[in-house]
Design a protein around this ligand. Structure first.
Ligand code: GCU
Length: 682
């Protein structure tokens, strides 16, 4: 059957195995929900009805009281009989947003329960039950309690007001500003459904670089319309706040956060926002970063700026996510050190509803960089992790790069901030240091393309982000397997092949683009493809030569004590491991060290030979991806098969381009021949 990918992982195609279908149909005779359900419960009902109709080919009746054996019951534990089978401890574990799924014996028969403390838990539980059926798992002995570890699980859209998406590779922005608020694309609902299905509960719909127009009254009315579409799916809206808005749309002469007139303007604006959008979540701010206005324009600190906004939203329980992606034009120090330099001294100075939002690495969403040391440097500040779902530096929507393994690396990274085991996940979810609200953000990869994400397989990254935001302990293997089965069905060969392709793909991109700890050597501006030669741009730290530092002696950025000493921002354990060229893991070698071309690698080869072979390996791995995919011809529909096959063919060309460009370029410095096994440039 032809398929354009619009349905994402919520396909609900009939379960092919008739006996399984019958078993499920027998086990779910009716759906019991309360009378006059509130909006989230109505969404759960609609999803269950549609999902079961698709999967089972049957219309399961919806009733308000259980009348038959095998009823599926959605409930909040007010009924005494629910309390009898789902006890207090279960409910505590389910928490505010979680759920209990349970199959129980009842009056000689059976019932299936979705129980939660709040409506949102019922909605997430409904999606989880459908996922269970889509995964062809048995309902017998069903017994799951699941609760999110992080409270605010958000997409960050980098959508401009003119519908251009910064670093977006899947068409235009989904938000049709010109048509709103009256005309509402049905996609708004499907978007919110998709978020809810993976447990996301909020979205920042505007770009961190967007102008202040979004905060004007006509636009707030449009935002309110979107909020209305998202609300039944438990998705709250947040907006970016341009720091100079009081000047640009407020008619003030200054945006100085300590000026009472400025604070008053924001208070008025916030009151207006909450009048229009009562469940508004809060602001995301990029300030004094890459030319954006901010408190430093008035010689104030990030804390002064963030706290002023935080005080304005505090009466409404709003939050301020203040980004730590900063590097100043007046600071010539190694760019990767600057966030710690600017933010660590402000530790403890932020209001309780300010969350400092930190990109996973200290540079900028590179294919691989070490974790940002800022996570370990602000023990008294709430910290959020910002991950990038859109593949700005990982082949955009052309190359395949499944990012769950990269995010696992980040979430599992140990900062040692409170001793061993202080992982980034434990800092972000608040377990390392009671921090609430807790926030995780993913820069969205969605747009108006029919399949939402440009590359069909990039849907897996949206899915993976949501699943990890809900449960940061999930393994990449589990997430890949879930997604593949939901998206492509259960053909064993197809599932194992696609899983294997996904799981190795990020490392493949690293190999053919920036292996051994190289970073930021991409083409200028659009950032797709190689550009190690880029040496002149607005700022030195936007060039490639700043990062790779190739010379006749060798390659790499010395960030040890003999160099920029960025290493000193990490715990002693890391300093010891990374600081020594012999113990530094080779996948970060050139991030921390300037290494001679003849340096002996673990393989026994020289750095130069190893580098060449890594680039070649990347190309070979893309060829293997193509072979793997080609082997699936006939096992998946032609439309999706061709879509992916075309992209993989293009990816091979790009991998070759990376290899040839980087090796020819670096060879000017190494002056060594290509080792055997590396194809000469085409
Ligand atoms: C990257 C990206 C920019 C973006 C910036 C940010 O530098 O290329 O487009 O604005 O990150 O995160 O603010």
């Amino acid at each position: 059957r032809a398929d354009d990918g619009y349905r994402l992982w919520l396909r609900y195609d009939p379960i092919p195995d008739a006996s399984l279908r019958q078993a499920y149909t027998g086990a779910i005779s009716e759906i019991v929900i309360p009378e006059n359900p509130r909006p989230l419960v109505a969404s759960a009902r609609d999803e269950l009805v549609a999902g079961l109709r698709g999967l089972l080919g049957a219309d399961i009746p919806v009733v308000t009281k259980a009348t038959r054996d095998n009823a599926l019951i959605l409930g909040i534990p007010r009924d005494p009989w629910i309390a009898a089978v789902v006890n207090e401890a279960d409910l505590r574990e389910a928490g505010v947003e979680g759920y209990v799924l349970r199959r129980i014996a009842h009056e000689g028969g059976h019932r299936t329960l979705i129980v939660a403390n709040r409506d949102s838990g019922l909605l997430y539980g409904a999606f989880a039950l459908l996922r269970h059926l889509q995964s062809h798992q048995s309902l017998d002995n069903l017994n799951v309690i699941s609760a999110p570890k992080i409270q605010r699980r958000l997409l960050n859209h980098w959508d401009d007001m003119n519908r251009h998406v910064e670093r977006g590779y899947a068409g235009f922005s989904l938000w049709e500003w010109f048509y709103l608020p009256e005309i509402r694309d049905p996609r708004y609902r499907d978007y919110a459904r998709a978020l809810a299905s993976i447990g996301l509960n909020g979205t920042v719909i505007t770009n961190v670089n967007a102008n202040a127009q979004i905060l004007t009254a006509p636009y707030l009315a449009k935002v309110a319309a979107l909020a209305q579409e998202f609300r039944p799916w438990g998705v709250r809206i947040y907006l970016t706040a341009r720091f100079s808005a009081p000047i640009e749309i407020g008619g003030l002469k200054t945006a100085d956060p300590l000026d009472p007139a400025v604070a008053a303007w924001w208070q008025g604006k916030v009151a207006e926002i909450y009048r229009t959008i009562p469940d508004f979540g809060g602001f995301l701010v990029k300030a004094n970063s890459e030319g954006q206005p901010g408190p430093q324009d008035y010689k104030r600190t990030h804390a002064d700026g963030a706290n002023m906004l935080a005080d304005a939203v505090q009466p409404y329980n709003g939050i301020v996510m203040w980004r730590a992606f900063v590097y100043s034009p007046d600071n010539n120090d190694d760019r990767v050190k600057q966030a710690v330099t600017e933010f660590a001294p402000l530790d403890g100075k932020f209001r309780q509803n300010v969350i400092v939002q930190i990109k996973n690495g200290p540079l900028d969403f590179m294919p691989r960089e070490p974790f940002s040391p800022l996570f370990g440097a602000m023990p008294n500040t709430r910290l959020a992790a910002e991950l990038q779902i859109t593949q700005e530096y990982l082949g955009q929507s052309i190359d395949l790069a499944f990012l769950a393994p990269m995010w696992r690396e980040v979430l599992d990274a140990d900062t040692y901030a409170n001793g061993k085991g202080t992982t980034i996940a434990s800092i972000v979810d608040g377990s390392a240091k009671l921090q609430h609200p807790s926030v995780i953000a993913g820069v969205a990869n969605t747009g108006t393309d029919r399949n939402w994400t440009g590359h069909l397989l990039a849907q897996a990254n949206w899915y993976a982000f949501g699943r990890l935001a809900w449960d940061h302990q999930l393994s990449s293997e589990k997430i890949a397997d879930e997604w593949t089965r939901l998206t492509f069905g259960h053909d064993d060969t197809a599932v194992s092949t696609i899983n294997k392709m996904l799981l190795g793909s990020r490392e493949t991109v690293v190999n053919y683009s920036m292996p051994l700890g190289l970073t930021h050597i991409m083409a200028e501006g659009h950032h797709y493809g190689p550009g190690p030669w880029v040496d002149k741009l607005g700022r030195a730290d936007w060039t490639s030569v700043y990062y790779h530092k190739a010379d006749e002696k060798g390659l790499g950025f010395d960030r040890t004590a003999t160099g920029s000493n960025a290493l000193a921002q990490y715990a002693p354990e890391w300093q010891k491991l990374w600081g020594n060229v012999e113990t530094c893991p080779e996948n970060l070698l050139l991030w921390f060290h300037h290494v001679s071309w003849d340096h002996k690698m673990k393989s026994g080869r020289t750095l130069w030979d190893e580098l060449c072979l890594r680039y070649q390996q990347g190309v070979d791995e893309v060829r293997a991806l193509r072979r793997d995919w080609d082997s699936l011809k006939g096992r998946i529909d032609e439309e999706r098969f061709t879509h992916v096959a075309q992209r993989l063919a293009r990816q091979e060309k790009e991998a070759i381009n990376w290899r040839d460009s980087c090796l020819l370029y670096f060879q000017q410095f190494s002056k060594r021949p290509l080792p055997t096994g590396v194809e000469p440039a085409t």
